[in-house]
Design a protein around this ligand. Structure first.
Ligand SMILES: Cc1cc2nc3c(=O)[nH]c(=O)nc-3n(C[C@H](O)[C@H](O)[C@H](O)COP(=O)(O)OP(=O)(O)OC[C@H]3O[C@@H](n4cnc5c(N)ncnc54)[C@H](O)[C@@H]3O)c2cc1C
Length: 251
């Protein structure tokens, strides 16, 4: 048995009226959009004619911005809770380290081209959603955040700025606030050990789980990653299984 169910459990928001019709997780939206394109139909969760808010400033959020634009949304706003990164490297982030600077991905580029401004608003999140009488999403209440250092631990956290609330129209909200790992019911059903991030645990570089004859590969093994890693891990896991079953392998 090879467990390779991905790591797509989405991080949710702890705000009122999450159940409003029109609030959905990014991957559900992107999957519906892709299915509609492949099937030549209109997506059941189309952004056409809607004010769209994307919660999360990462790659998945960027894909949502691009998709909403192509579906002809009226407006798209992308919320990021952290401060905007600098435009150039800081002294603490020299070459050849990965540059922690402001990047403009294709979704944001297309939004700038269409609406004339970067869709991202930093240090901002959703405080609550507002529904109409029929339970449809009508508006979102946004709130600014400021960075505060915990005097005991020194850790920075983003805290709401009281009085900074403002209400904006929204008929579609896409939550792209990160992933929490694999679905726990799967790992629990198979009784395999997981690591602190709910990935299936193996020896370093290995593919065998804590239970005999159960293996793992891809995002479910290493957490949210890349297609190239999923392919590499799939091949390496097949080799590990073959070796265990046959005692040798030509893979
Ligand atoms: C929005 C988004 C954009 C991305 N863009 C890129 C990109 O541009 N380039 C890139 O390299 N990577 C990208 N990634 C990451 C990439 O998609 C993953 O790293 C890769 O797909 C992992 O492959 P996988 O086979 O391990 O898991 P997945 O591709 O997640 O496949 C897991 C499969 O298992 C199924 N499944 C789950 N649970 C069960 C169950 N209980 N029973 C049966 N089936 C189940 C799922 O439906 C799914 O089909 C992106 C990811 C996301 C979310």
């Amino acid at each position: 048995m090879l467990l390779c169910g991905g790591a797509r459990k989405p991080r949710s928001l702890n705000v009122e009226h999450m159940d409003a019709e029109g609030v959905m997780f990014a991957v559900d939206y992107l999957t519906a959009a892709t299915r509609a394109v492949l099937g030549g139909t209109v997506s059941e969760a189309s952004a056409a004619g809607k004010h769209v808010i994307v919660v999360g400033g990462g790659d998945t959020g960027n894909d949502c911005v691009g998709t909403a634009l192509r579906q002809e949304c009226v407006s798209v706003t992308q919320l990021e809770m952290m401060p905007a990164p600098p435009e150039d490297r800081t002294p603490g982030n020299p070459w050849p380290e990965w540059p922690r600077i402001l990047k403009v991905d294709y979704g944001q580029e297309e939004a700038i081209w269409k609406f004339g401004a970067d869709p991202r608003i930093y240090q901002t999140t959703v405080k609550e959603f507002v529904k109409d009488k029929r339970g449809n999403l009508k508006e979102a209440v946004l709130i600014s955040l400021s960075a505060q250092k915990d005097p005991n631990t020194g850790r920075l956290s983003m805290v709401p700025v009281e009085g900074s609330e403002r209400t904006v129209p929204a008929q579609l909200v896409l939550i792209a606030a990160g992933f929490l790992g694999s679905e726990r019911y799967v790992t629990e059903s198979f009784g395999v050990e997981t690591d602190g991030r709910t990935n299936v645990k193996t020896a370093p570089g290995g593919y065998a789980s804590s239970r005999a004859k159960i293996y793992t590969a891809g995002d479910m093994h290493r957490g949210q990653s890349l297609v190239v890693w999923a392919i590499t891990e799939g091949r390496a896991a097949a080799r590990a299984v073959d070796l265990d079953l046959m005692g040798y392998t030509n893979l």
